[in-house]
Design a protein around this ligand. Structure first.
Ligand code: 3HC
Length: 287
């Protein structure tokens, strides 16, 4: 049984708010750090509407929803993380921003056994570990979007992650958060994105070259292969900016053309067409 009760989440975009939600639903005390009050309010709204889906579908009582919401506090000061036992970083997929977060956490978290987790999908855990004075306590704990729905978490130790950290993180994810675990080596993309990202990029190249329409590409994979959504709609869900950032990290690591982001993806990110979160990507989500 995990001893972890006090969780901190840094960054509350799609992934961070999902991680905060599942942690609060598991009965944990959660603090979420955001850069400003507007971002915190947006995350609070996302979590509230996700919990409302649970109530609507009969999976969650109104009392449990209220209790989960009451367990989450928001702050704009990472200094409030002093007593956290498990901190998970879920800020933008950018190495410099992430290393700054880890350096800051190392200074403020007082618990000598605290685990410093990153939800990165492609940035080396080793680099994040070396941004702290305790790399043996830094580990990749990678969730999948939508976090409240998808069961998988990838656990990624770096060369210096201690075995106690690995065991405690795994016990926490399985026993407390009730997710399934797979382990991966510390290589950009880990297991799932190493397979998924080339597939998503191929679908963008297919669209870009006029091979087929967005609807036909997506319907092909939904109706022909029983995927829950097609690759372009999935890229919209992940976010085109996030997909680009992951592809770039993987390309940096392996120098394989299959990880190189196609020009259409780059231009769409430049245009602010980021997918579902911005209202338009390969499909339209305007209300
Ligand atoms: N929050 C909470 N619950 C949600 C939700 C959300 N954001 N989205 C969907 N749900 C719940 C619904 O409430 C519903 O629950 P119910 O069965 O109890 O009513 C259930 O999930 C199914 O939802 P819907 O009926 O609305 O819609 P679908 O059946 O079409 O499912 C989907 C939506 C769950 C998003 C499904 O299409 C899916 O699983 N798609 C694939 C997602 C995927 O591959 N994610 C991985 C992305 S890669 C990643 O995250 C890694 C990163 O590093 C890039």
């Amino acid at each position: 049984m995990s001893d972890i009760q006090r969780v901190g989440v840094v960054g509350s975009g799609l992934m961070g708010s999902g991680i905060a939600e599942v942690s609060a639903r598991a009965g944990l005390d959660v603090i979420v750090a955001e850069v400003n009050v507007d971002a915190a309010a947006a995350a609070q709204g996302r979590i509230a509407s996700s919990l409302a889906r649970g109530v609507k579908s009969g999976k969650l009582s109104e009392a449990d929803r209220d209790a989960a919401l009451a367990r989450i506090r928001f702050t704009t000061d990472i200094g409030d993380f002093g007593d956290r036992q498990f901190v998970v970083e879920a800020v933008a997929e950018n190495e410099q921003i992430k290393t700054e977060v880890f350096t800051a956490l190392d200074k403020v978290v007082k618990d000598e056994d605290a685990i410093f987790a990153s939800n990165t999908s492609s940035i080396p855990i080793m680099k994040l570990g070396m941004a702290t004075g305790r790399p043996e306590q830094v580990i990749g704990v990678h969730f999948f979007n939508p976090v409240p729905v998808l069961k998988l978490v990838e656990i990624v130790p770096s060369l210096l992650t201690g075995s106690t950290t690995q065991d405690r993180a795994e016990e926490f994810v399985r026993g407390t958060l009730h997710k399934e675990v797979i382990r991966s080596q510390d290589r950009a993309g880990f297991v799932v994105n190493a397979l998924l990202i080339p597939y998503l990029l191929s679908s963008i190249r297919m669209l870009e070259s006029g091979f087929a329409s967005a609807d036909d590409i997506d319907n092909g994979m939904v109706l022909g292969c029983a995927h829950p959504m097609g690759p372009l709609r999935l890229t919209d869900l992940i976010g085109l900016d996030t997909t680009k950032a992951i592809a770039e990290s993987m390309y940096d690591e392996f120098k394989e053309p299959l990880y190189s982001p196609p020009p259409l993806l780059l231009r769409m990110v430049d245009a602010g067409l980021l997918g579902k979160k911005s209202g338009r990507g390969f499909h339209n989500y305007a209300k």
